[in-house]
Design a protein around this ligand. Structure first.
Ligand code: HSE
Length: 283
């Protein structure tokens, strides 16, 4: 029996929604799992090929990995902020759950492995997600909204980015973010891109992590001048999610290309409505 799993990349936080909001992106990781009798990890990526591999760890949370061959392909850049680790955990979990006949709480397991729910929820459900109280609510991507990603070559480690945040924040900053996050979710739900644009600012995490990704922050600050609705640091960075009206995506991407020449890749992508897809093959 073998299982083929396809999982989307994701962008977490979306500005004001630290550890709460995320969106699935149209870039994919594929995991093929076959019970061959021999443990093996096959991949062209520079990632672990033993039990430290994140897809293997996801699988191992639900089912023994001995005798299983894992084949991993991915188009998700590894420099950070695009939910690769969540995609890998969710892929492993979903494959094991399928072989077990279903029934696992993949979101809870993915959240436990990852330490926060946002990317795992987006990878699992697709669309936009709101995570709270151990559950995730999904919204469809609004019509006419597109993404342009800026992906720097130099990586930022999520653990380091999380260590840059204090245990407590001032009330004024919390209130600022609650207002923006509310506008953003309302804008997404109504398909009102002006509201979305007003809801992209953050005072909790991006300013405190700015020294880890100074060039990315410059793009966030310049995004509106370049014709975008706004921009947010993708997850823990350094990638930047630039939010654009579909009709202006090509023009904004071209401007970003010249801004980022030499230090970052620019990719135009759709927001992905679907989350993890699992196909069981063979007998
Ligand atoms: N919400 C998380 C963070 C996402 O910003 O640390 C990291 O992938």
């Amino acid at each position: 029996l073998s299982v083929l799993v396809r999982v989307p990349a994701s962008s977490a936080n979306l500005g004001p929604g630290f550890d709460v909001l995320a969106a699935a992106l149209g870039l994919y990781m594929e995991l093929e799992v076959a019970e061959t009798g021999r443990f093996e990890v096959r991949t062209d990526l520079s990632i672990a090929r033993d039990s430290r591999n994140l897809a293997v760890r996801g699988f191992a949370a639900l089912r023994p990995v001995g005798g299983v061959r894992f084949t991993i392909r991915s188009e998700i850049p590894l420099s950070g902020g695009l939910g690769t680790s969540a995609a890998a955990y969710v892929a492993g979990l979903a494959a094991a759950d399928a072989l077990n006949g279903g029934g696992a709480d993949v979101l809870a397991e993915g959240t436990r492995l990852e330490g926060h729910p946002d990317n795992a929820a987006a990878a699992l459900l697709g669309g936009f997600v709101v995570c709270a109280g151990g559950r995730a609510e999904r919204l469809d991507p609004p019509a006419g909204l597109d993404a342009v990603l800026v992906v720097p070559g130099r990586a930022v480690r999520t653990a380091k980015a999380r260590a840059a945040l204090p245990p407590e924040v001032p009330m004024t900053e919390a209130v600022f973010n609650i207002g923006r996050a509310s506008l953003l979710v309302l804008g997404l739900a109504r398909g009102d891109l002006d509201l979305v644009a007003r809801g992209l600012e953050d005072r909790l995490h991006q300013p405190r992590r700015a020294s880890l990704y100074p060039r990315s922050m410059e793009i966030v600050e310049r995004a509106r001048d370049l014709g975008a609705l706004g921009a947010t640091i993708s997850g823990a960075g350094p990638s930047v999610l630039v939010w654009v009206r579909a009709e202006r995506a090509a023009e904004v991407a071209a401007r970003l290309e010249s801004e980022c020449a030499g230090w970052a890749r620019v990719m135009r992508l759709p927001f992905a409505p679907a989350g993890v897809e699992v196909r069981t093959t063979g007998a």
